[in-house]
Design a protein around this ligand. Structure first.
Ligand SMILES: Cc1cc2nc3c(=O)[nH]c(=O)nc-3n(C[C@H](O)[C@H](O)[C@H](O)COP(=O)(O)OP(=O)(O)OC[C@H]3O[C@@H](n4cnc5c(N)ncnc54)[C@H](O)[C@@H]3O)c2cc1C
Length: 323
């Protein structure tokens, strides 16, 4: 019987496991993919917005050759921390539902049950993309995950979205020789786009290297085009050999429900109801950590602030065990 089973081996799940283990609690992590699976899926050449010291967990220094860490720096760092701390993992194993009660839970997974006294849910938000819900949004050349631009050189590509991910993808694509159309639902590139990315994108639009349409509503995607309409221009179509719909992600609310985690009825973002002092949810013995704590407000918690949930949770579980 484990004292603590953490679901999700992202930066925050790792921080939780490490803090629990350091308090003498028998701890393991169940992860449906690889170690730090979400970051593995980020754009290949992605650079973090945060400086490295703000991404550190467990007191391990995060030395990098650059001012901002790259995706592979972070993969290397978090995987090294996990192995240095000799954390226990069940990788490539998906959590499905939770039965039992505090002190005697059974987590059902696709590879069989795992018993534990406490459960920490650190499942992030990267697995459920927001869908366009238009005909053709499930075609094989439509993706919600951007990796790198090189397969698109000389090709027409449509990027849908106006935040950091869409902005960075559009810039990389045009620099790799793709013909980029950017479709933006609102009247402007989001003011929340990082201050060093937004002017770059606006200048590429101003000089005509990226064609941008604002107040654009996508109506249909076909194998060769994205159809949309704008209030001024009416219906139109942008040629597209590939489409990146980078319009956000959601936590897996169906999974949270199967884990018995109730949303906060007072929160529009449907964030889990939890005690901010301990991160225990309304289901005793079940805790939430990291991005998942924000519900649909996926930018409320990130690594910089979410990593601090680990100490609160580990202290609360250790105190409960000591009773
Ligand atoms: C492009 C990009 C750039 C970013 N840059 C920054 C930055 O500069 N600074 C910053 O602080 N934040 C940044 N973020 C946000 C940050 O990456 C996330 O907030 C962070 O990954 C959250 O960590 P987490 O451990 O809560 O969740 P995640 O890292 O998403 O980890 C969740 C884990 O749970 C696993 N999982 C999910 N469901 C199950 C299941 N049913 N069973 C088992 N395992 C499951 C997933 O596979 C995943 O490994 C960025 C995000 C993106 C997309």
């Amino acid at each position: 019987m484990l004292d603590v089973l953490v679901i999700g081996a992202g930066p925050v799940g790792l921080a939780c496991a490490l803090e629990c283990q350091r308090r003498g609690l028998a701890t393991a992590i169940v992860e449906k993919g690889a170690l730090v699976n979400s970051i593995l899926g980020y754009p290949t050449n992605m650079e973090f917005f945060s400086t490295p010291e703000l991404l550190e967990i467990g007191g391990y220094p995060f030395p990098t050759a650059h001012y901002k860490p790259l995706r592979e720096d972070a993969l290397d760092y978090y995987q090294r921390v996990a192995t240095s701390e000799k954390l226990t993992f069940y990788l490539q194993r998906k959590a499905l539902s939770l039965s039992g009660e505090q002190g005697n839970f059974t987590l059902e997974t696709d590879l069989g049950p795992l018993p534990a006294r406490h459960v920490v849910v650190a499942t992030g938000f990267y697995d459920v993309p927001v869908r366009l819900a238009v005909p053709g949004d499930d075609l094989p050349h439509v993706s919600h995950y951007y990796k790198e631009p090189y397969q698109h050189a000389t090709q027409p590509v449509v990027v849908i979205g106006a935040k950091n991910s869409a902005a960075k993808a559009a810039l990389q694509l045009v620099r790799a020789g793709a013909r980029v159309t950017l479709l933006v639902r609102g009247p402007e590139i989001s003011p929340s786009v990082k201050y060093w990315i937004r002017p770059d994108l606006l200048n590429r639009i101003a000089e005509g290297r990226i064609t941008a349409h604002f107040n654009a509503t996508v109506t249909e995607i076909t194998p060769t085009a994205v159809h949309f309409r704008t209030p001024e221009g009416g219906p139109a179509a942008a040629p597209a050999a590939f489409v990146y719909a980078l319009i956000g992600y959601l936590p897996d609310e169906a999974l949270l429900a199967r884990l018995g985690i109730a949303p906060d009825p007072a929160d529009e973002a449907r964030a889990p109801l939890f005690d901010p002092a301990t991160h225990q949810t309304s289901r005793p013995g079940v805790f939430v950590a990291g991005t998942v704590c924000g519900g649909r407000a996926t930018s409320r918690w990130f690594i910089e602030n979410g990593r601090h949930h680990a100490q609160l949770i580990a202290a609360a579980i250790a105190a409960q065990q000591a009773r």
